[in-house]
Write a protein that binds this ligand. Structure first.
Ligand SMILES: [Zn+2]
Length: 88
């Protein structure tokens, strides 16, 4: 049982609940990936795959994007960032 719990914990994404809610009132999340880039939700498909877009305020045109299967790891890189991460 403990093994399953620790396995689930390692699959948890590093998420922050955004102070801004979506238009429909649901929570929106900020994702922090293993390289400390921040992302906001861009698109959720019917299959549960979530596409995340770079959330950098200094680089608003950054094309950096990743996808996840629901709110779980692994994080799949779609496009690289055109800048360094801002969290030191
Ligand atoms: Zn970026």
């Amino acid at each position: 049982m403990n093994e399953i719990v620790s396995q689930l914990e390692s699959l948890n994404l590093n998420l922050i609940v955004s102070s801004r809610k979506k238009k429909d009132g649901s929570e929106s999340y900020i994702l922090i990936d293993d390289d400390y880039f921040e992302y906001k939700t861009a698109y959720t498909s019917n299959s549960g795959k979530i596409t995340w877009r770079c959330n950098s305020t200094e680089h608003p045109n950054c094309k950096g994007a990743v996808s996840t299967n629901g709110m779980n790891k692994p994080i799949t890189k779609i496009r690289e960032h055109d800048h360094q991460n801002s969290i030191k």
